[in-house]
Design a protein around this ligand. Structure first.
Ligand SMILES: C[S@@+](CC[C@H](N)C(=O)[O-])C[C@H]1O[C@@H](n2cnc3c(N)ncnc32)[C@H](O)[C@@H]1O
Length: 505
């Protein structure tokens, strides 16, 4: 029997490796909708399989590297062709049927069509590729996994509110490559309780006819729904992001709280700004504002045995089971340096600060979001921990940290957003003369850039670990432990908590 398709139908520049010779790409010869056979060679940072021509590359949704497959061209750009996998005459051993019915429409889980071990190989490969220019690194060959597994692990979900062509309200994820909304009631990476909460909130938004907000003409109300579940007690915090206030929001919150979906508190945040940002930044640049609508304001989490308080706009890892392993590992990695105080840059609600304050006796946290710092402080107080927090940009706050350290060398944790360490942070960090740095990163390319800067300053990477924080996707969390050219002597005096006395009267 002849195969269902043949590589002869492919333009010559995209023929499978090992088949007829590959020639210069000729995107002009392609048309949208055309089917051809391609053997991708690698994956891009988003988890798309890639095939490289001389003048153009092709990215293939659902492709598997090394597997010749029929693809359909979806978009032809100047340098990049977008396509979608259709079928393979001989599916690769790594391929599987994605366990989620919305895998293709939603598009959030780009590697779900691969067996779990094959996915981990891809994530480790992308990390190795990003770090390729740095010689001699102890690259990880396995990933640290959490107890929650590769499905049901997400304790945080975001849904957008939009409408169908017929004007029906839709609540769910953005359809892959578009701003249409696709309902995701069966999302297999969300916890079962969050799936229930998602369905409940979507139902009541539709039932109350709370229409999507349109920033262009300031009509409608709803923009997004964010739900976070505590891994410790299962409670769920709900944040309704709306373009404007409306009397029915209170009714929505009451209905949500009255449902049996485990939601323990409902907040609102108003964002009337144009653009794709979910949270608006507030009038004075002082951070997003929130109003409590119903129930309890916070949920609690626990990492490395420390209780943390989470509010509606705070950053916290989506996979607390893996985050717990990561925080314990950082704490253990500093075990021989307990006499040094801790500096935790980009500290959020104190995920590292609080456990390290317990272990080292004293820790400083720096974070730009005032709400997260408020919750970090409260968490430290409840845990009777020696910790101080600085609100603001790391670049601006590092001088205050140095002032408090008064020359005592610290150990430092940095856990920056995707862009890595911003201008000015690196130099100020080195000036603190750290005894060791734990660099936690969610973006291999900015990690590579920053590790190169440390290397140029004489630092060495003593360990690199990969954490499987986002199964089914191309993303991962990495921990790099960095050693200074010369370790500073431990401080001779300890730090004490600053007591702020209330003025008399
Ligand atoms: C990747 S999160 C890490 C949070 C925390 N370490 C954790 O694990 O939960 C990065 C944090 O840095 C904060 N942030 C972003 N840019 C910042 C800046 N320039 N200065 C200080 N904090 C910043 C964000 O608000 C966020 O809480």
């Amino acid at each position: 029997m002849s195969p269902p398709f043949s590589s002869d139908r492919a333009p010559r520049h995209l023929r499978p490796q090992g088949g007829p010779p590959q020639h210069r790409p000729a995107p002009a010869g392609l048309r949208v909708g055309q089917r051809l056979v391609v053997t991708p060679a690698a994956y891009d940072a988003d988890g798309f399989a890639t095939a490289q021509g001389q003048r153009a590359s092709m990215v293939i949704w659902g492709g598997v590297a090394g597997e010749p497959g029929e693809v359909e061209v979806r978009h032809i750009g100047q340098n990049r062709i977008r396509s979608r996998f259709i079928q393979a005459a001989q599916p690769a051993a790594a391929r599987r049927a994605p366990p989620c019915p919305r895998y293709d429409a939603c598009g959030s889980c780009a590697l779900m069509h691969l067996q779990p071990e094959a996915q981990r190989d891809v994530r480790l490969g992308l990390l190795a590729e990003a770090l390729r220019a740095l010689p001699g690194l102890p690259l990880p060959t396995t990933m640290v996994q959490g107890e929650d597994g590769d499905e049901n692990y997400r304790h945080y979900v975001k849904m957008a509110v939009g409408q169908s062509d017929l004007g029906h309200i839709r609540v769910g994820a953005y359809r892959r490559g578009s701003h249409d909304i696709v309902a995701i009631p069966d999302c297999v990476v969300a916890t079962p309780r969050l799936r229930e909460a998602m369905a409940t909130v979507a139902h009541h938004i539709i039932d109350l006819d709370l229409r999507p907000y349109n920033p262009a003409n300031r009509t409608g109300i709803m923009r997004h729904v964010l739900l976070r579940q505590s891994r410790i007690d299962g409670r769920v915090l709900c944040l309704l992001v709306t373009g404007r206030n409306h009397r029915l929001l209170k009714e929505l919150a009451t209905r949500i709280m009255g449902s049996a979906s485990g939601i323990s508190g409902v907040w609102a945040h108003f964002n009337d700004e144009a653009g794709n940002g979910i949270l608006g930044w507030g009038a004075e640049g002082e951070g997003p504002g929130f109003s409590m609508l119903e129930g309890a304001p916070l949920i609690t989490e626990q990492l490395a045995g420390e209780r943390l308080l989470l509010g509606p706009g705070d950053f916290f890892q989506v996979n607390p089971g893996v985050a717990d392993r990561l925080v314990r590992d950082v704490r253990d990695a500093f075990a021989d340096l307990r006499e040094y105080p801790v500096v935790d840059l980009y500290c959020g609600v104190g995920a590292f600060t609080l456990p390290l304050a317990r272990a080292h006796g004293y820790a400083f946290g720096v974070e730009s979001l005032p709400g997260a710092v408020m919750h970090a402080k409260e968490g430290a107080e409840q845990g009777h921990l020696g910790a101080e927090f600085f609100v603001g940009e790391a670049t601006a706050q590092l001088a205050a940290v140095a002032e408090r350290l008064k020359g005592r060398p610290p150990v430092v944790v940095v856990d920056p957003p995707k862009k890595g360490l911003e201008e000015g942070v690196f130099e100020q960090l080195l000036a603190l003369k750290p005894a060791r740095v734990a660099y936690v990163s969610c973006e291999p390319t900015s990690l590579a850039r920053d590790l190169a800067r440390f290397a140029a300053a004489g630092w060495t990477v003593s360990a690199l670990r990969a954490y499987d924080m986002f199964p089914q996707t191309a993303h991962l969390e990495t921990l790099a432990l960095l050693e200074p050219p010369e370790r500073p002597a431990p401080p001779t005096s300890t730090l004490r908590r600053r007591v702020v006395r209330k003025p008399a009267g």
